[in-house]
Design a protein around this ligand. Structure first.
Ligand code: G3D
Ligand code: MG
Length: 201
């Protein structure tokens, strides 16, 4: 992971100095300690670090995925994923952080219902800041079966309500983590391709 202040293009483009593909900025949202950093590390480094300490300040990581788009072409997508560290409670910082993102992965912790209850707030503030961006939902820590307090059904309610794909993840075991990011890449990609087709007409 790299720390703050590197610049990042926001909405994705094909001009990325050497990288031949699309580049999209995605943000990780959700209450503190739901597992945002762990999910990101699992995806970008295939690591789960029990000792990993809460990051101070924003960090980001990037990873390339290859996606087969609806027109059966294989496309290279670079996801630049921004991770909040401890700013979850500051409204203005959250807004700055979200601004210009092409998508948000909103995470809660199935062992803590209050993090599920906070989902609507995260969703609404993201929608307000980025009305045309994609959203994917992640119900994390599903490996903790005994401690689980939020079952699958309320997650499906969120999915239907927000019209956003829902995944049950575990950063610890790696369950569905790649699927979350690939789904996000696919959704943004299809939107961009559609926009390109619209402007070409
Ligand atoms: P955050 O970035 O959203 O604040 P973190 O959350 O990634 O820092 O994770 C908070 C704590 O939850 C960490 O525990 C981390 O190891 C744990 N965690 C994250 N994801 C999972 C998961 O899928 N399963 C389990 N069992 N634990 C998870 P510690 O104790 O290290 O602070
Ligand atoms: Mg974190």
């Amino acid at each position: 992971m790299t720390s703050e202040n590197a610049s990042s293009s926001s909405r994705g483009s094909t001009d990325n100095g050497g990288f031949n593909g699309f580049k999209f900025r995605v943000v990780l949202l959700g209450d503190a300690r739901v597992g945002k950093t762990s999910v990101l590390r699992r995806f970008t480094e295939n690591l789960f670090d029990e000792e990993y300490k809460q990051t101070i300040g924003t960090t980001f990581a990037s990873k390339d995925v290859s996606i087969i788009s609806g027109d059966s072409e294989t496309r290279n997508v670079r996801l630049v994923i921004w991770d909040m560290g401890g700013q979850e409670t500051y409204r203005e910082l959250r807004r700055q952080f979200m601004k210009g993102a092409a998508g948000a992965i909103i995470v809660y912790d199935v062992t803590r219902p209050e993090t599920f209850m906070a989902m609507n707030n995260w969703f609404e503030s993201f929608r307000e800041t980025c009305p045309d961006a994609e959203v994917v939902l992640a119900a994390n820590k599903t490996d903790l079966e005994e401690a689980r307090m939020v079952p699958r059904e309320p997650g499906h309610m969120l999915r239907d309500w927000f019209q956003a794909p829902y995944y049950e993840t575990s950063a610890k075991t790696g369950t569905a983590v790649v699927d979350v990011f690939k789904e996000m890449a696919t959704l943004i990609l299809e939107r961009k391709l559609q926009e390109q087709r619209d402007t070409a007409m």
